[in-house]
Design a protein around this ligand. Structure first.
Ligand code: ZN
Length: 178
């Protein structure tokens, strides 16, 4: 597993060096990007939108003030885009370490709130999912109520909203899990 992952990272590094995909396309900024989300697809299944070559499992969602779209990219492309390879690696490693917990996330004991919404307490947060705009959204509140965050998009199933909330919490605590 580890060898496979390192191989993936080395391969994407060579794709960046070779200027594949958007790395050689004019009008696409090469630095100054910011990671706004990270997602685990469970297995490699989509193509990195930056090098347009690497098949990726962990999607780093990257945003840039001078580019209209959020790009879904692999670890190494993300690292180069934000100018910090180790930050991207730490993010991805933390996500990988939490993969086991993520598998069990949906079968944990979700309680039902007074409004009929499933909720769960985990890692110092209270996570609630609820119907919004014909789909499902998630709210993540810190236990002390100092912060409340709502998912930006709606998901077509309750499970997807729950998993998105899990991934968001993972991103909030990049180095908490060994
Ligand atoms: Zn890439």
């Amino acid at each position: 597993m580890k060898a496979t992952m390192n191989h993936t990272l080395e391969h994407e590094e060579s794709l960046v060096a070779a200027g594949r995909g958007k790395w050689s396309q004019s009008g696409v900024p090469h630095r100054g990007w910011r990671c706004v989300d990270i997602e685990d697809l469970g297995e490699p299944q989509v193509q990195c939108e930056m090098c347009e070559s690497q098949t990726i499992r962990f999607i780093h969602h990257m945003e840039h003030p001078n580019y209209s779209e959020v790009l879904e990219v692999g670890c190494i492309c993300a690292g180069h885009m934000e100018g910090d390879i180790s930050a991207a690696r730490i993010r991805e490693t933390s996500m990988k370490n939490r993969a086991g917990r993520r598998k069990r996330w949906l079968t944990r004991k979700w309680r039902i709130s007074a409004k009929g919404n499933p909720w769960l307490r985990a890692d110092g947060y209270r996570i609630t999912v609820y119907e919004r705009g014909g789909g499902w959204a998630a709210t993540i509140s810190s236990e002390d109520n100092s912060s409340v965050q709502h998912s930006r998009r709606n998901y077509n199933t309750q499970d997807k909203a729950k998993l998105a909330a899990f991934d968001h919490i993972t991103r909030l605590q990049p180095s908490s899990d060994p």
